[in-house]
Design a protein around this ligand. Sequence first.
Ligand code: SF4
Ligand code: SF4
Length: 114
Amino acid sequence: MSDKLYIIPNPPTPNKAVEFNPDICIGCNLCVNVCPTDVMMPNPQKGKQPIVVYPEECWYCAGCVEECPYPGAITMLHPTQQRISVNWKRKETGKYFRLGMKNPPPPNTRPPSG
Ligand code: SF4
Ligand code: SF4
């Protein structure tokens, strides 16, 4: 069979599932091989970082990050709505806190407005 097969990125996709650090990544493609949904493809240039082709297929399972032997070479980029656990800020004091922290603040018992 002489037909060529092409993989083309999906330009309208709004998210970026993962990001590579080209200074650390050696293009070993372990992350590509472990991905259950084939989000990435090997870079045609040997030794270069993989190419994210189908970010909309990402499960955010972090298998690629776990598999990478070079810390910092690949980073998850979670969608904004999934990053709300980062920090909450108290209006009164301006103090930041996290849900699930050791001494959590009391629950909000104020009745809903209106
Ligand atoms: S991110 Fe890590 S696992 Fe993936 S190609 Fe680069 S070095 Fe290899
Ligand atoms: S987080 Fe999981 S699904 Fe997404 S690119 Fe990495 S291995 Fe693939």
